[in-house]
Design a protein around this ligand. Structure first.
Ligand code: NAD
Length: 478
């Protein structure tokens, strides 16, 4: 029988008290790796209570001591990169080298957030009164609920936990039901680090049971969520009952614009690489391309050549691969549905276009589609797979207009040699990020924040750190 994961509450691993067991699969092999409990609201209550009790003393520690805890964790992560990478690859399906990168980046992120300990700053505001000092203090919010997706599961732990802890909050994390094993390994790595009990808690389970209990809990001060728009809406509704602050990192439909004056080999290389990374299952990677007419043929054939060369299969199998499977059948069905419907509406398959049957696992052939009209679903719905739909435009204005014709607003990109075209795109694209002449991927010192249905608030850098604080004004009359 597969091992049953244990919740981690108040510094103790808790055996599940009955209830449903949810299997966790290896998406390349369709085998069961482990099982996890569908943790009940009662256990979630215990986790939140433990986090609340621990928060009082945790917040009193100097920030530099809280940062030391993050550095201890990053040290442990660095000693275990290969072990962590294997667990990520097994349950999530990304290639091993990318999983190693994810683990290493997670350690780096912990250290980066630890560095903020000496830089969490308030303000002194000029008063209208004689003898008064007005201070804006930055204080922790209290208990943070971190609800995670599966696509970069280990890194997302740090993206919630590190800013929460260094600013004096405590946290209860619910990993995705697809990828809880890396979280369980994270808990194992905490052993012996002397982090006070209750500061970090993990509960496993479905969104319906465990996630809903956590996001609707009255003692949670901030729900920090990364995932789909549909779930974001539910979380907002649950949080609204208690007027709980939410930080939502949701889906995207990133446009990439390629103008006639672009360095085409560079554009093709970057877009193909971004689109096959993690099998196209990234919120920020290019989901649709607007190419100017003069270079359209060159771009289409370049992308087709690059995607045809992508080797895919079991990332832990005998052959070296560039791309693993999609996370599950539902993910595959979604990609297939969007491609089929685009083809039926007149899109042309340049390469790929169908499910790849490798015996086990969910694979979709790396695909390039042309003749994709702006009104097709494939130009509006998040694909989350290795598929590039292409639309030809006459000029930058048309490209910007079509790019902005979306309910999403996370990332975007432009390839051009013209500074004025690049700046016009940065000013007029209604997205939280625009990459110029480079791949789609954000930096930890930036601010990853979407507009429209891509979310509320953001992560990373100073602005991401301050999402985990509340302001407290002090009016001191002397
Ligand atoms: P998802 O919304 O299906 O699930 C995310 C998490 O929410 C899981 O832990 C799930 O159990 C939980 N959940 C589900 N229903 C819930 C409920 N009612 N209450 C509380 N929690 C609930 O998303 P996913 O499939 O895991 O991730 C893919 C999505 O995440 C994509 O849309 C992608 O664009 C997005 N994403 C966004 C970013 C970003 O930074 N903006 C980063 C990574 C992924």
């Amino acid at each position: 029988m597969p091992a049953l994961l244990l919740n981690y509450v108040d510094g103790v691993s808790l055996p599940a008290a009955g209830g449903e067991r949810i299997p966790v699969y290896n998406p390349a092999r369709d085998t069961v790796l482990s099982e996890m409990p569908d943790t009940s609201a009662e256990v979630v209550n215990r986790a939140v209570a433990a986090a609340k009790a621990a928060q009082k003393d945790w917040a009193k520690l100097p920030a530099i001591q809280r940062a030391a805890a993050l550095r201890k964790i990053s040290g442990k992560i660095r000693e275990n990169i290969d072990r962590i990478a294997r667990v990520i690859t097994e349950e999530q399906g990304k290639v091993y080298s990318l999983a190693q990168l994810e683990a290493a980046f997670t350690a780096e992120y912990m250290d980066y957030m630890a560095e903020w300990a000496r830089r969490i700053e308030g303000e002194v505001i000029t008063s209208d009164r004689a003898g008064e000092t007005v201070l804006l203090l930055r204080q922790p919010i209290g208990v943070v609920a971190g609800i995670l997706p599966w696509n970069f599961p280990f890194f997302l732990i740090a993206r919630k936990l590190a800013p929460a802890l260094v600013t004096g909050n405590t946290i209860v994390i619910k990993p995705s039901e697809e990828t809880p094993n890396n979280a369980s390994l994270f808990v194992e790595l905490l052993e012996g680090l002397d982090i006070p009990k209750g500061v970090i808690n993990f509960v496993y389970g479905s969104g319906r049971t465990t996630g809903a209990a956590l996001s609707g809990h009255p003692d949670v001060g901030l729900v920090s969520f990364t995932g789909s728009v549909a779930t974001g809406e539910r979380i907002m509704a649950a949080a609204a009952n208690n007027i709980t602050k939410v930080n939502l990192e949701l889906g995207g439909k990133a446009p990439a614009i390629i103008l006639d004056d672009a360095d085409i080999p560079k554009a093709v290389h970057n877009l193909a690489a971004s689109r096959t990374l993690n099998s196209g299952q990234l919120c920020n990677c290019p989901e649709r391309i607007y190419v100017q007419r003069g270079v359209a043929d060159q771009v289409v054939s370049g992308l087709a050549t690059a995607l045809q060369a992508t080797r895919y299969g079991d990332p832990l199998g005998d052959k070296e691969v560039d791309m693993g499977p999609l996370i599950n059948r539902a993910g595959l069905d979604k990609v297939r549905g969007l491609v089929d419907s685009a083809i039926s509406q007149g899109a042309e398959v340049v390469t790929g276009g169908k499910v790849a049957d490798l015996g086990t696992g969910s694979y979709f052939e790396p695909t390039v589609l042309t003749n994709c009209r702006q009104n097709m679903d494939i130009m509006h719905k998040e694909i989350f797979g290795p598929v590039i739909p292409i639309n030809v435009v006459n000029d930058l204005d048309e490209a910007i207009e079509r790019s902005n014709d979306t309910e999403f607003g996370l990332t975007s990109s432009i390839f051009t040699q013209s500074l004025s075209s690049a700046l016009k795109a940065c000013n007029e694209l209604k997205f939280g990020e625009t990459y110029v002449n480079r791949e789609h991927f954000e930096a930890m010192q930036g601010f990853h924040a979407g507009t429209k249905k891509s979310g509320i608030g953001g992560a990373d850098g100073k602005h991401g750190l301050y999402e985990y604080t509340m302001t407290h004004l002090a009016y001191i009359q002397t």
